[in-house]
Design a protein around this ligand. Structure first.
Ligand code: AMP
Length: 497
């Protein structure tokens, strides 16, 4: 099939041809005609399948007629993270270059003032994260009654991040006559309900079995006997496998920083992204990684979800994700758009239960990749100097993922006063929650099932990360006497007395 058969206008086809794409991906081939026909679409597809273009291309055509009124966007795309929102905006720019569509991006980390100016001029396409959008609605700066097309992207991710009540609120503000496109990699019951409540007889388009991994990705697990050997093993694999570039996932922000420093110290070109870094730093790092200036990107799940970086040769799970479905998302950063990829997961005995859950979900066994045993204990001196020591205190069940776990953020987006683009309140509002880049506005009766915060905002105990290396070295203590020996010795002492 070619793009010409999908019913898109010559202008859009020209822009697509200029990107070099010759054939629509399966999700594009199936979804685009429905979107052009004005139907609601339920797209079950992971990132990497070309799903973004499956809604941006037909939307550009649909919006090419008509004009936007001030503060009344004509279409709305909801994304769970700032990075994804920015990525969708790039798609509109790329494919909409022969159209004069106006666009605004409402994401945290950017001043309200600039965003409001854009809204005042009227926008055809509004791309937003839910919390920031509701803030603007509350300030009366945006009216959703003119929205004709609503896209809820990465719905299962929205669920994980606790955004569902916000999405429901947003849906209620938009006329029911709208066209609603919902994309999700999986269909948990909450998303099913969202579809039933807010979509109208949607066309279901499914391109990959939920929770299935891309077959082009070579997967391997590397058994490591102790957590403090992981960095050494990681460097060994990077040096011996043909790693052009890689994203390395850690479960906690703290580990992202530690590993980043360590790799940097060992001379690798490395960048780090996690939810506590400010937006411009994250964007700069991502740009560096995309352009090839940075070879290794150490990342947390929250910051890296859904990022479209087309050419990633390897993914490393420094820690296996504690939630099996995150594995599919992580390794999906490689093997994109028809390319080959490889994903290595470092597994200590404590990590076994997570890798077993992943294997169960995928209904497969992840092959073991052997690394030279001699590699495991080298380099400890450089390692000790490089960074904070491994604390070995990995939470088996991170707090935020415990059932009923609540967001520890005291101050929400809602608390912001008006018109203070760079006022202190803005700075406070933008201070990232110690775990996620975008946050739900509230939790209603615990319905916000927010699971993917970076989990290292615990109280610092003792010296925290800053325990000097020498204090962590194993010390040989004299063998403790058994109770029997002690009893015997006590008896002997009594007798002697
Ligand atoms: P997405 O799933 O939207 O994140 O897209 C994944 C990647 O596939 C992006 O790098 C797109 O630029 C690329 N892509 C989208 N459509 C096509 C296509 N028809 N042919 C080849 N690559 C594509």
């Amino acid at each position: 099939m070619t793009f010409d058969e999908l019913g898109l206008t010559p202008e859009v086809l020209k822009a697509v041809a200029e990107t070099g794409y010759t054939e629509p991906t399966p999700i594009q081939a199936q979804a685009i005609p429905h979107v052009l026909a004005g139907k609601d679409v339920l797209g079950i597809a992971q990132t990497g399948t070309g799903k973004t273009a499956s809604f941006t291309l037909p939307m550009i055509d649909k919006l090419s007629r008509g004009r936007a009124k001030a503060r009344m966007p004509r279409s709305l795309i909801l994304e769970p993270t700032r990075e994804l929102a920015a990525q969708v905006a790039e798609n509109f720019e790329k494919y909409g270059k022969y159209h004069k569509l106006s666009m605004a991006l409402l994401i945290g980390g950017v001043s309200f003032g600039d965003q409001e100016k854009k809204l005042d001029r009227g926008v055809d396409v509004l791309i937003a994260t839910p919390g920031r959008l509701l803030d603007h609605c509350q300030r009366g700066k945006v009216l959703l009654t003119g929205v004709q097309v609503l896209v809820i992207d990465e719905a299962d991710r929205m669920l994980d991040m606790g955004f569902i009540p916000d999405i429901e609120e947003i849906c209620r503000k938009i006329p029911f006559t709208r066209q609603t496109l919902l994309f999700s990699a999986t269909m948990p019951p909450e998303i099913q309900r969202l579809t039933e409540n807010f979509q109208h007889a949607p066309e279901r388009v499914e391109v990959a079995r939920a929770s299935s991994a891309n077959e082009r990705i070579k997967q391997a697990q590397v058994k490591i006997s102790r957590r403090d050997q992981k960095r050494d093993a990681l460097r060994h694999i990077i040096d011996t496998e043909n790693v052009k570039n890689a994203i390395i996932f850690c479960n906690r922000k703290r580990d992202v920083s530690v590993l980043h420093r360590s790799l940097d110290k060992h001379g690798y070109s490395t960048g780090a992204i996690h939810g506590d870094l400010d937006q411009s730093t994250r964007m700069k790092t991502l740009e560096g990684f995309r352009s090839g200036e940075i070879r290794l990107l150490v990342a947390s799940d929250v910051a890296a979800r859904g990022l479209d970086i087309p050419d990633v040769s390897h993914v490393f799970n420094f820690d296996p994700p504690t939630h099996a479905e995150d594995y599919v998302h992580r390794i999906g950063r490689t093997g994109r758009a028809g390319k080959e990829g490889a994903a290595f997961t470092l597994v200590t005995p404590e990590d076994r239960k997570y890798i077993e859950a992943i294997e169960k979900m995928l209904d497969t066994t992840i092959p073991v990749h052997e690394i030279g045993a001699d590699k495991e204990d080298t380099d400890s001196k450089a390692e000790a100097e490089a960074s904070a020591p491994e604390t070995g205190e990995e939470e088996t069940e991170p707090k935020s993922r415990r059932r009923g776990g609540r967001s520890r953020k005291k101050k929400t987006d809602e608390a912001q006063p008006a018109a203070e683009a760079s006022a202190p309140e803005e700075a406070e509002a933008e201070k990232p929650e110690p775990a996620a880049e975008e946050k739900p506005r509230r939790t209603r009766g615990g319905r916000n099932r927010r699971r993917d915060r970076d989990d290292d905002d615990d109280k610092i105990v003792g010296m925290g990360d800053h325990v000097p290396a020498f204090m962590l070295r194993e010390v040989k203590l004299p063998r403790r006497r058994s109770t029997d020996e002690e009893d015997a010795s006590a008896e002997k002492e009594t007798e002697e007395a």
